[in-house]
Ligand binder design. Structure first.
Ligand code: ADP
Ligand code: ZN
Length: 761
């Protein structure tokens, strides 16, 4: 009889590969554990065993290779975890290999060259050598009688009986485990010598631990009456297995409420997952959760070191931690008795992976996990996504609202300023002519007043750099990136022109390389806003929090701590200042130019503007005093601003749903974006056209349109987008045919085109 295994490899493969288990590894392979296998002539990978088959006759197929070795003696994935991976692979049109690569920590999927030797592939942390102790076959009653003469041996022996597990006729335990239970090693040695125990050296997974009930010592606040009512209705909906949208204004205590829900789950012996947006980690939120549950929380983000991710993964697997706080990648962890998934700030776009496959949405996974794990789903937001609110309206989710702040602070006052009436000023800066508008008189006056009060002002400008771009004052030449079809951003501090898409950098130009005329700066970035403010308020200390500043980690941490202590009175930043951080002394929030966000060409831009503005205004309500927000725009007549001013989510929602119904956008339909890339622009258009033609004949769609994106060349690749809209029902069959069509096209173009499919973009 021969044993074969079907294994999953971290490769772009659509199927499992089959290997033979040679005699030396017989009986050691487990489903869900890893084995080392070779692929091709020289590559070795650790692969997960998905199934084991014993077959009477040897396969005649000699191409089937032997596995190299067994890595794990216990599964490193759980059954529901694999079901979720499979769903992600099916729904988001990605291979299982890609999904595995995305979710399994690097330390658990080591690969390398064959000649490097195989021991290399066993992660030294995942198995260690230990001694398996077992009651001896020749154990007799007389032996046990004699134990009373040696209390130490007696205690050791009784511990083995108590903590060991029954294997056949005997009771077994790992020696290292037994040593933890009042068994001395001398006593154990004696027992072996006397033939009462037998011992055998074996490999065992590290961190192997007896699952014990963990004592959850949560430091939670006592809920107010309003919060208690909300929390009880959350519990009762969750009890009916209905997903709940907890919709409450910022500062109303949503976090306190979900922490109570998490505690209930963990008290009952279950696991809980709290999903947070990407940036939330540098913030108080994670500190707050950690201080609420000091001993049983682990954090998990893709920013963590490989070792940290590996160790957290193991801890979950071994049941050592019950609460995981993580970013989107945490949905793929090896849970086995998950009771609740909380999605904090559920509207946040960072829940959708957009930079690499699989393009999954962690929020939507949380809902799917409900079917897989039987867990309940709690979505939390002050400004829910249109999708989630639509699901409330459709009766799929329950909603629980809170309209009162814990500290009873009133809503911030919101003032809209027409940028078109701001006078042109400061044309000449640093030798370059400048053509842009900055701050209204009103904004400057209010900043001044805020400083006099001793409070903090937050200034949002969501563009990095100093100026958006440079242009020749004579011939109109604009320096562009050589790899991307986009103008370079002017960074003053570094005196560099930088591409924000590929990172290409070039020295700043003084004169036009074509006609030798002067260069002019257009548009402003956060670096420039900081400098301007420094001119207006020379005595204030200013902090800048943006992507550039964040890259210098140490400095950034210092700046942040100065900001949190209230030492920095003016805080300039890109979108990162609208979320996550707590600014205890902020009472004024200023938006230099909201049009940058509002005019972004995407069907969600109005929704996003509403969310960002509301979130930003919320930063000023940590104080009891009324905060203020000032927004500068060139389109004050847009009804969106009235909705923002009145904190009128419902009107914003109705307005959006109406527009999305007319123009057919999600959540009314399903939308899939197919991105086609190629270094050759002609090949690109013919491939995209082929895809459109095949889709039109092979898939039932509402529409399918081909367009060039705003930036149609990035890193040397030309890009075209195909937007497919489908009816919400009957989506899955469409998916199958779609994947097939795309595979055919990629084959036809001999892999010269790269096609990626983003479902629910
Ligand atoms: P949200 O998540 O809705 O923005 P939070 O849960 O962060 O609201 O609460 C806002 C602030 O009020 C926090 O500093 C929190 O500690 C405090 N807070 C909320 N509820 C309570 C409570 N019941 N007891 C004590 N402090 C509370
Ligand atoms: Zn570039």
């Amino acid at each position: 009889m021969t044993t074969y295994v079907n294994v999953l490899l971290p490769l772009y493969l659509d199927k499992l590969l089959i290997y033979r288990v040679p005699d030396q590894w017989q009986g050691q392979v487990v489903e869900g554990g890893r084995v080392a296998v070779s692929v091709g002539k020289r590559k070795v990978y650790s692969a997960i065993v998905m199934s084991i088959k014993n077959i009477e006759e040897d396969f005649p197929d000699t191409r089937i290779k032997d596995i190299i070795e067994v890595i794990d003696l216990k599964p490193i994935v759980t059954v529901p975890q694999i079901r979720l991976w499979q769903w992600i692979s099916d729904y988001y049109i990605s291979t299982m290999g890609e999904v595995m690569k995305n979710f399994l920590p690097t330390a658990l999927r080591i690969s390398g060259e064959l000649e490097d030797g195989i021991t290399h592939y066993r992660h030294k942390e995942s198995v260690i050598s230990d001694v398996r102790l077992s009651t001896s076959d020749s154990l007799r009653d007389e032996n046990i009688q004699t134990l009373s003469r040696s209390p130490k041996q007696k205690e050791a022996f009784l511990s083995l009986l108590k903590f060991g597990e029954l294997k056949g006729e005997n009771i077994e335990i790992w020696k290292s485990e037994l040593l933890k239970h009042d068994a001395g090693s001398t006593a154990l040695r004696e027992l072996v010598k006397r033939g009462m125990l037998s011992q055998k050296e074996e490999l065992r997974p590290r961190n192997y631990q007896v699952k014990e009930k963990i004592d959850i010592s949560a430091n939670l606040k006592v809920l107010t009456d309003i919060q208690k009512v909300a929390s009880e209705s959350v519990s009762s909906f969750l009890g009916e297995k209905k997903p709940v949208l907890l919709h409450g204004i910022s500062g109303s205590g949503k976090t306190e409420i979900y922490l109570h829900q998490v505690k209930t789950a963990v008290d009952n012996g279950f696991q809980a997952l709290i999903l947070v947006p990407e940036l939330a980690f540098s913030t108080q939120l994670s500190k707050r959760i950690l201080s609420a549950f000091p001993s049983d929380v682990a954090t998990y983000t893709s920013q963590d070191s490989a070792l940290k991710r590996f160790s957290t993964y193991q801890k979950i697997l071994n049941g050592e931690v019950k609460i995981i706080v993580g970013t989107r990648v945490a949905v793929g962890l090896p849970f086995d008795n998950l009771a609740i998934v909380v999605v904090d700030e559920e509207h946040d776009l960072s829940y959708k992976q957009s930079d690499k496959r699989p393009y999954f949405s962690a929020r939507d996974c949380a809902l799917v996990m409900q079917n897989i794990y039987g867990s309940s789903t709690l979505l939390v937001s002050a400004t829910p996504s249109i999708e989630s609110f639509y699901n409330v309206e459709m009766g799929k989710y329950a909603i629980v609202k809170i309209d009162k702040r814990y500290n009873e602070a009133p809503d911030p006052k919101i003032k809209i300023i027409d940028r078109r009436h701001i006078a042109l000023k400061d044309k000449q800066v640093y030798g370059y002519r400048f053509d842009t508008r900055y701050f209204s008189k009103y904004m400057l006056t209010e900043i001044g007043k805020c400083m006099e009060r001793g409070d903090q002002t937050l200034i949002l400008h969501n563009r990095r750099g100093f100026a958006s771009y440079m242009e020749c004052s004579n011939c109109g030449y604009i320096p562009k990136c050589t790899q991307c079809n986009v103008s370079l951003t002017y960074h003053k501090q570094s005196m560099m022109l930088e591409c924000h898409y590929c990172g290409e950098r070039r020295k700043v130009l003084d004169l036009c390389p074509k006609c030798r005329a002067n260069m002019v700066l257009h548009g402003i970035g956060s670096e420039n806003v900081e400098e301007k403010l420094d001119k207006y308020f020379p005595l204030a200390s200013i902090a800048r929090l943006d992507g550039d500043a964040m890259r210098r980690k140490k400095d950034f941490a210092d700046t942040l701590s100065a900001v949190e202590k209230g030492e920095k009175k003016l805080v300039v930043g890109t979108q990162i200042i609208t979320k996550g951080f707590d600014f205890p002394k902020a009472t004024l929030a200023c938006v230099v130019n909201v049009d940058n966000i509002l005019n972004f060409p995407n069907f969600r831009s109005e929704e996003r503007t509403y969310q960002i503005m509301t979130q930003f205004a919320g930063r000023t309500s940590r104080n009891v005093a009324q905060g203020e927000m000032i927004i500068q725009t060139s389109q004050p007549e847009n009804p969106l601003f009235l909705q923002i001013r009145n904190n009128d989510y419902l009107s914003m929602y109705r307005h959006e749903i109406e527009a999305r119904t007319v123009f057919n956008y999600p959540p009314i339909c399903k939308m899939i974006q197919i991105t086609v890339k190629c270094v050759d622009s002609e090949l690109l258009s013919s491939a995209s056209q082929d895809i459109v033609t095949s889709l039109n004949s092979g898939v039932k769609m509402i529409s399918c349109s081909l367009e060039s994106p705003l930036i149609d060349k990035i890193r040397g690749f030309y890009i075209e987008n195909i937007t497919v809209k489908l009816l919400k029902i009957g989506f899955l069959p469409a998916k199958e045919s779609m994947a097939k069509i795309i595979q055919q096209i990629v084959k036809k173009y001999k892999n010269k085109v790269i096609v990626s499919v983003n479902v629910d973009c």
